[in-house]
Design a protein around this ligand. Structure first.
Ligand code: ADP
Ligand code: ZN
Length: 660
């Protein structure tokens, strides 16, 4: 049987339809045309070259910069029944020779290779004899000196291509969208009249929110308790914060992993593996964690500290939900983080050779990025819209799937309170941090306060009608609005700014100080009926909570299928998410397949996985239902699955894809 692209998609990967943009790139490659695909993380770039690789006559080389990524991809391909291998520095000389020998015998359809391996004599001699139909360059932005991840070895790719007897079709893929990087890729790689495709950077299944809890550790504790069965990452600004949070959670009975640059390579690898293989669900890390992590079922990413730029934030938060299922990205905000980032920018080590003008310019740019990031934390507009606009896409002012769209805010005038706070700071001669100030204003009698005799100040108890944590929120607003600033050390002493001094002088005559607060009550549960709810659910797949789709018995089955998946993963030495995604398990709970034929039709079940794992899951389902017909989900079947009645070979929506 000759296969076409749809057969390949279903047989090997178990999917029925292509996603936005995939088909165009695949068709171009199959037609012999070079491509450049610019798509966000999780959009499904790999399918764009893996499907053609299986249809083209010869071998496809995939050039990839990270060993862990290669391993993950090759593992996933082998699970899908595709013969693939990788060649990189993690192999011994002997293993490399063996792999190349197998490759020359035509054993592999797809070979992942590190760029520095391309021009080694053994690889070159293999490549010159083999039939190479296509070369796919993954993470193609590594070729650009303008990007953050420039790798000199990438610039050697063209030299390698020139040495091949026949030029293969060339595909380049990246998630980095800046114009300059794109130009570089086109030019340095020498793509020939390529089909360029840029898809939207929106990640519709990610729910964004900004929270300002009084106690961030407590917030996290509550959150992870509520999400104990899900994988999640918590990013912290410093190694110390990683350790601190880890200890705090441990004291409260929560087990977690750590990852930061201060750990040995060995420790980091062990920690990463434990996360990927689901031995532990929670990872607490600095931004050192994540490059090359393909774990697709990360259900939440929380930032304990605000990163220095929206680029970094979106990249880190974007590690949630690669599998397209609902996931949450939460930024915990405290105005102090702005000071910390400012400090880091101003004390950043720069190249000693740079002249002062260039240094100034770099700092200016970093500060501008920081302003954009702080703006995200402060905005009451749609958060998704804020992000997309920054990346140059026209968003819509209401996405319906972020905290700000869910929540109505009102602005309250806090000018009077602001004046009280500023007076207190001044009266205390700008020598104390926030706790002393809020304690004084609310008239507390803590030992530390009494030690400094704060009760002699006129501001003592001036705001005693407000809970202390509400005073703290007002102080935060004043920092954010730059009436106050804090020293960037760990004491975070509150200092007046020029703007603050002016306010004190003009008092109520100047502009009012306003604070944005969530509208209370009424809003919490906006009173949707079940039917309305399922109406909302069906609007877009990937946004619903599992508990909105499955009944409690359904959730029970889901859990036992998860356990079953974990056991299989342990036996076979592959990460659970490579066996089946959560979405596939969810479909099992909904459709309750009774035989392999039905099992094969599920989302994400290809031929090979059906043969490998079908029986095990069928038995589990059979044992659960005892052969009874059951309905373990709310709503109607096609709605729940987000499918239209006639699925299969329908044209994909290419909504926001721009062809160039
Ligand atoms: P990227 O490399 O763009 O970050 P991946 O190639 O890792 O993304 O794909 C992300 C996830 O989406 C993977 O789990 C992949 O199996 C899944 N995926 C890709 N294409 C499709 C499709 N057409 N239908 C369903 N799932 C898909
Ligand atoms: Zn929104």
């Amino acid at each position: 049987m000759t296969m076409d692209k749809y057969d390949v998609l279903k047989t090997y990967f178990g999917y029925d339809t292509f996603r936005e943009g995939q088909e165009l790139l695949i068709d171009s490659l199959l037609g012999g045309r070079d491509v450049l695909g610019i798509m966000p993380t999780g959009a499904g770039k790999s399918i764009c070259y893996q499907v053609p690789a299986l249809l083209l006559p010869g071998i496809t080389l995939v050039i990839s910069p990270l060993i862990s990524l290669m391993k993950d991809q090759v593992r996933a391909l082998n699970e899908a029944g595709v013969h693939a291998a990788y060649i990189n520095s993690s192999l011994t000389e002997g293993q490399t020779m063996k792999a190349l020998y197998n490759a020359s015998k035509g054993q592999y359809k797809i070979i992942y290779v590190a760029p520095e391996r391309l021009e080694t004599p053994s690889f070159l001699s293999f490549a010159c004899q083999a039939r190479i139909s296509m070369v796919a360059v993954d993470e193609a932005h590594c070729i650009s000196q303008w990007g953050q991840d420039f790798r000199p070895s990438y610039t050697r790719i063209t030299a390698f291509l020139e040495r091949l007897p026949e030029r293969p079709i060339l595909g380049a893929f990246t998630a980095t969208a800046t114009e300059r990087v794109r130009e570089d890729i086109l030019c340095v790689l020498g793509l020939r009249e390529p089909q360029v495709l840029v898809t939207s950077f929106d990640r519709p299944n990610l729910y964004f929110s900004v929270e300002k809890p009084a106690d961030r550790q407590e917030y996290i504790l509550d959150y992870v308790k509520d999400h104990a069965s899900e994988s999640g990452i918590i990013y912290c600004g410093t190694r110390k914060a990683v350790g601190g949070l880890h200890d705090y959670l441990e004291k409260n009975g929560i087990d977690s992993l750590c990852y930061h640059a201060g750990m040995s390579n060995e420790e980091r690898r062990a920690s990463q593996d434990a996360f990927i293989f689901d031995e532990k669900k929670l990872m607490i890390a600095t931004n050192a964690f994540g490059m090359g992590i393909d774990k697709s079922d990360v259900r939440y990413v929380i930032h304990l500290n605000m990163p220095g730029s929206l680029e970094n934030y979106y990249q880190e938060a974007g590690r949630a939900g690669r599998d397209g299922e609902r996931s949450e990205c939460i930024l915990l905000f405290s105005a102090r983080d702005i000071m910390l980032q400012k400090y880091l920018i101003e004390h950043k080590e720069t190249d000693a050779e740079l002249d002062s003008e260039t240094k100034e310019a770099i700092i200016e740019k970093d500060l501008e990025r920081l302003r954009v990031m702080s703006g995200y934390a402060a905005t009451s507009r749609c958060l998704r819209d804020y992000i997309l606009r920054y990346f140059g896409e026209a968003g819509s002012p209401y996405c319906g799937f972020c905290k700000n769209c869910d929540q109505e805010y009102e602005e309250i005038d806090i000018t009077g309170e602001a004046v009280a706070i500023l007076s207190c700071v001044q009266e205390m001669r700008q020598r104390f941090g926030i706790h002393m100030v809020t304690g004084t204003l609310s008239g507390r009698t803590r030992a530390k306060l009494m030690e400094y005799h704060v009760d002699r100040y006129a501001s003592y108890g001036a705001l005693k009608l407000l809970p202390e944590k509400d005073i703290a929120k007002r102080v935060d607003t004043l920092i954010q609005e730059e009436y106050l600033t804090t020293t960037p050390d760990r004491y975070a002493i509150l200092k007046m700014t020029e703007k603050g001094r002016r306010l004190l002088k003009d008092r109520e005559e100047g502009v009012p100080v306003v604070m944005r607060v969530p509208k209370t009550a009424a809003d919490e549960n906006r009173g949707f009926s079940k039917a309305e709810k399922s109406d909302i659910i069906k609007q877009e797949r990937g946004k619903e909570r599992l508990s909105d789709v499955l009944t409690s018995r359904g959730l029970m089955l889901f859990d036992s299928l998860k356990a079953c998946r974990l056991a299989l993963a342990r036996t076979n030495g592959v990460p659970p998410y490579i066996i089946f995604s959560d979405r596939t398990l969810k479909e099992m709970c909904i459709r309750l397949p009774r035989n392999l034929e039905e099992f094969k039709s599920l989302y994400g079940v290809g031929r090979n996985k059906c043969a490998l794992y079908g029986e095990t899951f069928l038995q589990e389902i059979e044992a659960f239902t005892a052969g009874r017909d059951e309905k373990l989900y709310y709503g109607e079947l096609p709605d729940v699955l987000g499918l239209t009645a006639a699925s299969g070979r329908k044209k994909p929506r290419r909504r926001d894809a721009r062809e160039i």
